[in-house]
Design a protein around this ligand. Structure first.
Ligand code: KIV
Ligand code: ZN
Length: 384
């Protein structure tokens, strides 16, 4: 398959993060945007968790068309039945059931043996298949699970009817090298009987790198969130995974169905629903992702955009690149900005304005357009 399926979990794993809980109405609004963006799968919530989440999943299942609407359920009968009920109005739906497989979770959290975990996983998938033809199984904390046991679980759940086997790096512990080796093992174990999926957390800042390493090893579904929100340090950021695959098509040779120009508007819509925005230097959607301050960069950018930009901001829905005028900026950018503000600067006037601008920029964090205009007008008058 030369396509990577994008499984968005902004409304489930993303919502689980501090400061990210959303109302059913907010979730519905974001779900409509995610559908327009072209996500293949939309995880709408965890219906057993609360009445509100049940309602949100039900409304999304009823109103949103396009993506496969997914609901999360622990490997428990009641969870699965609640998920199935919430999804009942969907045109295309998936039940996503999970149980932890790692020794630390088995021993301390579940108090179950390997055999009991495997049986619970198989029983959950069988039960979910009574309600849906499309069932995904996740082995929580897969990256700290004995690889041979993980592969046995993967084979068993596929045998029981799971069409997708998800390998979460639940605690963000993996490195790209070991994650890629693990995914290759799981892909070999399930063959072409199921899609192998990756779900990476960002505790070491490696979520996107690990997701891409998984894709290289044969995973064909990536679970991710807008702005990378999610438990603790977050999940792999949808916009990063998509734009890495697109920008480095030469390296991956794989496509997604995401409409790039929808990325920034969707990111901004999410910000309106939660309590924080992306960090300014966040890849793709951060305020500074297409901003240049250093004079050498500004000069190169003004001569040819691709000297310092590997993506066109318009391709991700950012209206335009920005030249920030600060103490590292040069004459070229100052001249252009003054021109945009209505003051032509040439020769001695430009030099005079530049010296005044640098002196001011050295004393403060940035220089505003009003200050630039004042400096430019003063320099033009003084050299007239
Ligand atoms: O991180 C995780 O393990 C999860 C699973 C429920 C898929 O979010
Ligand atoms: Zn997760």
């Amino acid at each position: 398959m030369d396509r990577v399926l994008i499984f968005d979990t902004t409304l489930r794993d993303g919502e689980q993060a501090c400061g990210c809980s959303m109302t059913a109405t907010e979730k519905l609004r974001l779900a409509a945007l995610l559908a327009e963006l072209g996500v293949d799968h939309l995880e709408a919530g965890f219906p057993i968790a609360s009445e509100g989440d049940f309602e949100a999943v039900s409304r999304i299942a009823r109103d949103i068309r396009g993506p496969v609407i997914t609901a999360l359920a622990r490997a428990k009968t009641l969870d699965i039945e609640r998920a199935a009920k919430a999804l009942s109005a969907a045109k295309r739906s998936r039940i996503h059931t999970f149980i932890a497989t790692s020794p630390v979770h088995r021993q301390h959290k579940l108090k179950l043996t390997q055999e009991q975990v495997l049986d619970a996983a198989v029983e959950a998938v069988r039960h979910a298949r009574r309600f849906s033809d499309d069932v995904e199984f996740s082995a929580e904390d897969a990256t700290r699970t004995e690889p041979d046991f993980l592969c046995s679980v993967a084979r068993a759940v596929v045998e029981a009817g799971a069409g997708t086997v998800n390998i979460p790096d639940t605690v963000g512990y993996a490195t790209p090298e070991d994650f890629s080796a693990l995914i290759a093992q799981v892909v070999a174990a399930v063959g072409d009987r199921a899609v192998v999926s990756v779900h990476c957390h960002n505790d070491l800042g490696l979520a996107t790198a690990n997701s891409l390493a998984g894709v290289r090893a044969g995973a064909r579904q990536v679970e991710c969130t807008l702005n990378g929100i999610g438990e603790r340090a977050g999940n792999a950021a949808l916009e990063e995974v998509v734009m890495a695959l697109r920008t480095r098509q030469d390296a991956y040779g794989l496509e997604t169905a995401i409409q790039g120009p929808g990325l920034y508007p969707a990111s901004q819509a999410l910000v309106e629903c939660i309590s924080f925005g992306p960090q300014p230097n966040k890849a793709i959607v951060g305020r500074n992702a297409f901003a240049h301050e250093a004079g050498i960069h500004q000069d190169g950018f003004l001569k040819e955009r691709t000297t310092y930009e590997i993506m066109d901001p318009k391709d991700v829905g950012v209206p335009e690149s920005r030249l920030i005028l600060g103490k590292h900026s040069g004459r070229h950018a100052l001249k252009i900005r003054a021109g945009h503000l209505g003051q032509t600067l040439e020769g001695a006037a430009l030099e005079r304005a530049y010296q005044a601008f640098i002196a001011l920029a050295d004393r403060q964090k940035g220089v505003s357009d009003d200050e630039i205009l004042r400096i430019a007008q003063g320099a033009a008058l003084a050299t007239a």
